[in-house]
Design a protein around this ligand. Structure first.
Ligand code: ZN
Length: 188
């Protein structure tokens, strides 16, 4: 297993739609193991394959809810149903999210309260998770990565401007930049 470099915003792989997984082989199993290791080293609650420079439709997640239930798994070729996004401004305290591909930044964003994730696992076994609240947010964030969308692309005008400024100030927004958890001193 290995911790993989995490691509930073500006790398084209983060801004393009990822392809369906068609080979459920040892290479895929190794990728998934490495993605879990990378996510946990970062640390993060989710990681999508494009973030480690692999343009395939899969993501891993690891989150413990208020009832101490651990939601940990891999979603391959996922489909996501979401409820309508609530109207109104995002709450800075309760609705701010971050991304390992825009490390160290957090901005408020409205998300759907309910999401239903349908996907297959490494054994091509289908599963479904009905997610609410923060888990629903994680699924929306990771699914977006597979569509080539970062959460900073979805911000309202003020937060979007602040994010664009932070990206520019860090020298991001161009191809070829990455960071490796445990090696580079950056936090998501
Ligand atoms: Zn992200």
């Amino acid at each position: 297993m290995a911790v993989l470099p995490i691509q930073i915003t500006g790398n084209p792989v983060l801004h393009a739609r990822a392809s369906e997984v068609t080979s459920f082989d040892l290479t895929l199993a190794t990728l998934v193991a490495d993605m879990f290791e990378t996510m946990e080293a970062a640390p993060g609650v989710g990681l999508a394959a494009p973030q480690v420079d692999i343009p395939l439709r899969l993501f891993v997640f690891n989150w413990t809810d208020d009832d101490d239930t651990v939601w940990r798994g891999v979603a391959i070729n996922p489909i996501l149903w979401v409820s309508p996004v609530p109207i109104g401004p995002a709450d800075e305290e309760k609705e701010s999210e971050g991304c390992l591909s825009v490390p160290g930044e957090r901005y408020p964003l409205r998300r759907s309260e309910l999401a239903i994730l349908t996907a297959v696992d490494l054994d091509q076994k289908p599963f479904e998770i009905r997610a609410e609240g923060w888990l629903a947010r994680i699924f929306q964030h990771e699914y977006d990565h597979l569509e080539g969308v970062l959460y900073v692309d979805r911000l309202d005008h003020a937060a979007g401007k602040a994010a664009a400024k932070a990206v520019k100030k860090s020298g991001w927004g161009e191809p070829g930049l990455s960071w490796t958890p445990g090696i580079d001193d950056l936090e998501g």
